[in-house]
Design a protein around this ligand. Structure first.
Ligand code: CU
Length: 569
């Protein structure tokens, strides 16, 4: 097996990758030969480039409006975000033409948002918003430098008796104040110092220590659980990386889709939605307009820590072997045949040589995987696209050393599947084992899984027979009060200016889709399915067992996600 270079096509490099499947034996039937023809994966850069994003940031920062707002202040640029077009849903997504930049002004403790367009024809408009963004790597590193020059921590950090890590929560605002404090976890290496989480003011250089060893909702105890922190740094919020992907086998195009790396994915700019796929087609027909994970959170037993709303833009490092691999666009690496990527869940370590989305073939699937950091968490997101049309989205949960994750906690992950099966208008049916007829779902509704009857949902083309079946896996857990439910079947909301309801409206950490359940018709309508999975994370093996699924499907056993299968395609 070898990697072929096909040269340039359009603006992007096209890479051909032959899968590591065994060559068909000489006496195979024709059908077997066809099934084993090698896969070819191509990826072409799409939409704004790093140069365009850098130019846009610079223009905003130098604009009169921004200069006026930031004059004489200490500030950092925290995030860059595309403003999406709405457009015609039956057409391919259009590259964004407008953007938003988020600054934090430490002098006045306020968040500033600037908007404009890439073409530079729109004036920069600045407004103030009242929310605390998550900390960036730049802020965290500045907080660590402040600790390094603080007499109480200086020698301990220098002697590596304390090691700094990004904790949860990333930011603290003490009650009765408005000052933004960046939290730094300090992990003791031996007995000469204690585990601690401190808060640092970038405005004054002040370091706040807590009697209990950590700020509210955090914890520092003598014991810690997790893998050793590598501290390799992450992608910044809004790093571009979008590409048009095609997977072909012989003369047949199996899959086509637009892939967006986590750091540029859609949703609330300080949450985002992991590896986002859009305009997903199998054998030339639309399956999903969009698939992503806009909501991710975690609750601890007895609220010993948290609860936390997590985020999915901070790409951490994982192992994507570069021998024979090709990087056709920023943030994407297509591995050489026979190679696979290894995340923290596979390797048990936090180090790596790559940030972004790694793509490889395994058995009859094309795998796209990324590892994301949120404070001390290490989240793994994977999409698996099989040659037979099956889609297996997967999510995995890990952490670096800290005191909270020694305690039992539940992770909740919510996929948003905007099904456009053949066309935007679809019908939905509930399917149960032992029931002869499909039950039509005619209006917006929330449903729980029923593992006994293998309750599944069929999303069908409104004008034809093609359909996809959403089949829960037993790994996907059981909803508790905080988890809020398993499935929400909703009508797509959006205008020609912007897609709607990409992220839940809640300002608390718990997911909340209830405001969207208002009984709208789902008959021959544009259907969106939110799928929640709930994962009990505990060192107690008895608690873990129900969450174990086939370890050959993603990385380790800490994995959840449904199967989505084609019917009559
Ligand atoms: Cu966990």
């Amino acid at each position: 097996m070898k990697l072929l270079r096909n040269g340039f096509l359009g603006i992007g490099l096209v890479i051909a990758l032959f899968s590591g499947l065994a060559a068909a034996s000489e006496n195979s039937t024709k059908r077997e030969k066809r099934a084993q023809e090698p896969l070819r994966i191509t990826a072409v850069q799409w939409g704004p480039t790093q140069q365009m994003v850098d130019a846009a940031k610079l223009r905003v920062e130098r604009s009169a409006a921004m200069q006026n707002a930031l004059k004489g202040t200490k500030y950092h640029l925290l995030a860059f975000e595309y403003i999406e077009n709405g457009g015609d849903k039956s057409q391919a997504s259009m590259p964004p033409t407008r953007f938003r930049v988020v600054f934090y002004d430490y002098t006045n403790d306020r968040t500033l948002i600037a908007e404009s367009n890439f073409a530079g024809t729109e004036a920069v408009v600045v407004r103030e918003e009242h929310f605390q963004p998550n900390a960036s790597d730049e802020e965290f590193n500045e907080a660590v430098r402040i600790l390094q020059s603080d007499a109480r921590f200086n020698s301990l950090l220098k002697g590596e008796r304390l090691r700094a890590f990004q904790p949860m929560p990333p930011i603290t605002v003490l009650s009765g104040t408005i000052e933004r404090l960046v939290n730094v976890g300090l992990e003791s290496q031996g007995n000469s110092a204690s585990n601690e989480v401190v808060s640092v003011s970038l405005k004054s250089g002040r370091v706040i220590r807590y009697d209990r060893g950590a700020p509210e909702t955090s914890l520092a105890a003598p014991e810690a659980c997790g893998i050793p922190n590598a501290g390799q740094g992450t992608t910044s919020n809004g790093t571009p990386g979008q590409y048009q992907l095609a997977i072909t086998q012989g003369a047949n195009t199996l899959w086509e889709m637009l892939v967006i790396r986590p750091s540029a994915s859609s949703g609330n700019s300080f949450e985002r939605s992991g590896i986002e796929v859009r305009d997903v087609k199998y054998k030339g027909k639309s399956v999903l307009k969009r698939g992503h994970v806009p909501v991710l959170n975690v609750q601890y037993v007895g609220n010993a820590c948290g609860p936390y709303r997590d985020w999915q833009y901070q790409e951490g490092s994982f192992d994507a072997p570069d021998a024979g691999a090709t990087d056709p666009a920023p943030g994407i690496r297509i591995l050489a045949a026979g190679q696979i990527a290894q995340t923290a869940l596979d390797s048990g370590n936090d180090t790596g040589n790559f940030n972004g989305v790694a793509i490889y073939t395994q058995n009859n699937e094309t795998v796209m995987v990324s590892e994301m950091n949120a404070g001390w968490y290490r989240y793994i997101m994977e999409w698996r696209f099989a040659n037979d049309g099956t889609i297996r989205p997967r999510y995995g949960f890990g952490a670096i050393n800290n005191s909270c994750v020694c305690l039992g906690h539940n992770h909740h992950v919510y996929w948003r599947f905007d099904f456009d099966v053949v066309n935007p208008n679809n019908k939905v049916f509930q399917v149960e084992r032992g029931r002869k007829f499909l039950q039509p779902i005619t209006n917006e509704i929330t449903r729980l899984r029923n593992y006994q009857t293998n309750r599944s949902f069929l999303i069908q083309n409104s004008t034809g027979d093609e359909a996809y079946m959403l089949v829960p896996n037993v790994s996907d857990g059981t909803a508790d009060t905080y988890g809020g439910g398993d499935l929400w079947l909703l009508k797509y909301q959006g205008t020609s200016d912007s897609p709607g309801e990409l992220d839940d409206p809640n300002t608390n950490t718990a997911a909340n889709f209830t405001p969207w359940l208002n009984n709208e018709s789902l008959v021959n309508q544009d259907v969106v399915v939110w799928y929640g999975a709930h994962f009990i994370h505990s060192d107690n093996a008895d608690l873990l067992e129900p969450n174990r699924i086939n370890p050959s499907i993603l990385s380790g056993s800490y994995v959840v996600g449904p199967d989505i299968r084609p019917i009559r395609w």
